[in-house]
Design a binder for this molecule. Structure first.
Ligand SMILES: Cc1cc2nc3c(=O)[nH]c(=O)nc-3n(C[C@H](O)[C@H](O)[C@H](O)COP(=O)(O)O)c2cc1C
Length: 236
């Protein structure tokens, strides 16, 4: 799908609010069993604008989210949490005026650092410190990471950051649901404008925005393609 101009994009993203959602509220979970949380998470676009999630709770969710796997454990994810109303207002037009930007408690911009490999020494050094890895093995890993990741093109490094950023984002959304909150992932924003207006360092590539808050209307019922249509065993 290609949407030519900003107003078409905005219409595409905001038309969803004309759809009938009824009075159903987001599910309050009795169980935080993973299967339940995964099934009950939906993209929620209506939030209580007066409900504030504390910085401590957001940090708690991020602590869980960053347990996600990442390429060579380089953890390229970086987070910009936008929880001041004035800053959310500034983000609104950059994100095609999607109402959840200003109504949710916070918007978490998930970013991917294309120079995350520069932390290899710190990350693998920690494994030597705690006795998991010998210094020789650590040196081997750090050298090869520096060589391999250090010679990637921006495009290749960005692809890795996007994959890892997607994984951490999913964990964040599930953690939020398990804590009684709701989220919606958003790709409908201008990464260029966002980078410019929020002074994002040039090595941090936007992965997605995630609105986080107390939902007041449930998201849409889930429709998923039947597994039979999307599953192949062994070989195409
Ligand atoms: C990468 C990505 C970008 C998305 N961008 C938007 C967006 O900009 N605005 C929006 O309302 N929903 C957005 N969504 C949410 C999808 O529409 C939603 O996940 C999908 O319809 C399935 O519904 P569910 O999340 O309730 O299961 C995005 C989802 C993903 C994964």
């Amino acid at each position: 799908m290609s949407l030519k101009n900003k107003s078409e994009k905005e219409e595409y993203l905001t038309k969803i609010n004309e759809m009938e959602l009824g009075d159903e509220k987001p599910a309050e979970l009795d169980s935080t069993d993973l299967f339940t949380v995964v099934k009950e998470r939906r993209s929620v676009r209506h939030y209580d604008p007066n409900f504030k999630i504390s910085k401590e709770e957001i940090q708690e969710l991020l602590e869980i989210a960053v347990q996600a796997p990442s390429s060579s454990n380089l953890q390229p994810w970086r987070f910009l949490v936008i929880d001041e109303q004035e800053m959310k207002e500034q983000l609104l037009p950059i994100a095609n005026n999607q109402q959840q930007i200003v109504d949710a408690s916070a918007v978490i911009a998930v970013l991917g650092d294309i120079r995350a490999y520069q932390n290899a020494e710190r990350i693998y050094g920690e494994l030597v410190e705690n006795g998991t890895m010998t210094k020789e093995i650590k040196d081997f890993y750090v050298n090869s990471i520096n060589q391999n990741y250090g010679s990637l093109s921006v495009e290749q490094a960005t692809k890795i950051a996007m994959i890892d950023g997607g994984l951490v984002s999913m964990q964040l959304m599930l953690a939020a649901k398990a804590k009684g909150y709701d989220t919606v992932p958003m790709g409908g924003f201008s990464p260029e404008k966002f980078v410019e207006e929020f002074n994002v360092p040039e090595n941090f590539k936007p992965v997605m925005l995630i609105s986080l808050g107390k939902g007041v209307k449930a998201g849409f019922d889930k429709f998923r393609l039947p597994l039979n249509d999307i599953l192949t065993w062994n070989k195409f």
